[in-house]
Design a protein around this ligand. Structure first.
Ligand SMILES: NC(=O)c1ccc[n+]([C@@H]2O[C@H](COP(=O)([O-])OP(=O)(O)OC[C@H]3O[C@@H](n4cnc5c(N)ncnc54)[C@H](O)[C@@H]3O)[C@@H](O)[C@H]2O)c1
Length: 255
């Protein structure tokens, strides 16, 4: 396979969660552009419809925290895309800051219900399909640099859930390697998405990653820069890569 095909997804099928906004939308759109048949999935119906219709792709509404809705999503995917599933990009997450000393346990649980349990439920649904395929499949989870190094304060529940995403990535990579299923994660650094803009208006963004100027590359990333890394890990170009975490962070983790 030459480089002109190794980085593409021609003829492959893919589900992208969080596809209504930011990195998820950029990822689903890029997958479509490089030849995949993509199901855009998100909890926000208006957003996911608009994102999918912009490129003429299929879309579905799903709360990834809800087991029954995830099962229904996979049924819908089979109906729309056919019995094969080649790629799952798990981009959706719960993103709301909460003060460490006063956050109610319900906020902690809401974070983990979406970001940890939702990622797990989506992975398990994909593996059910992929392990029946002789050539397996590829799963890319989106975690965060904050799984490794704190970024902003009032985000401890998020850091915990994202560390869980990376732990699940490693565990699934080992457990399902015999089925030729590769599982990796992308760890974005600060990215200029709608979600980030919303979070800025919540609690004060104190913490080590306060300003774009603190990044070695002196700027935030664009969602499409995260999408390109997700595409790489999902594509045949990454055929021998599994269980890895790729920081796309302008140098934050090594600074
Ligand atoms: N933007 C950043 O700076 C940054 C940094 C590190 C990691 N990340 C991660 O990248 C991913 C995308 O972030 P973004 O900035 O593009 O976010 P965003 O808020 O712009 O988009 C997130 C999307 O996920 C959807 N979503 C939320 N809860 C859901 C649920 N329960 N079920 C289905 N969909 C749901 C939302 O409706 C939204 O469309 C997230 O996993 C986030 O944690 C982002």
């Amino acid at each position: 396979m030459g480089p002109e095909t190794a980085f593409r997804l021609d003829g492959r099928t893919a589900i992208v969660t969080g596809a209504g906004s930011g990195i998820g939308r950029a990822t689903a759109t890029l997958f479509h552009e490089v030849g995949a048949r993509v199901l855009f999935a998100d909890i926000d119906e208006d957003a996911v419809r608009a994102a999918a219709q912009a490129v003429g792709a299929d879309w579905a509404v799903c709360d990834i925290a809800d087991e029954a809705q995830v099962a229904a999503l996979y049924e819908r995917a089979a109906g729309l895309l056919g019995p094969r599933l080649d790629v799952l990009a798990n981009v959706a997450a719960y993103r709301r800051k909460a003060d460490t000393m006063t956050m109610p346990a319900s906020e902690w649980d809401a974070m983990h219900a979406v970001t940890a349990r939702g990622t797990f439920l989506m992975m398990r649904g994909a593996i059910h399909v992929m392990r029946e395929q002789p050539d397996g499949g590829a799963i890319v989870n989106v975690s965060s640099v904050s799984a490794v190094r704190p970024t902003i304060f009032s985000n401890m529940h998020y850091d915990s859930a994202k560390a869980g995403v990376d732990a699940m990535t490693r565990a699934a990579a080992i457990e399902f390697a015999p089925h030729r299923i590769r599982v990796n994660s992308v760890q974005p650094g600060g990215t200029a998405s709608d979600g980030s803009a919303r979070m800025k208006s919540e609690l004060p963004p104190a913490g080590p990653m306060v300003q774009p100027g603190r990044m070695p590359l002196r700027r935030l990333s664009e969602p499409v820069e995260q999408a390109r890394a997700i595409l790489f890990l999902a594509s045949p170009a990454a055929a021998y890569i599994t269980g890895q975490h790729l920081a796309v962070d302008g140098g934050y983790l090594v600074s």
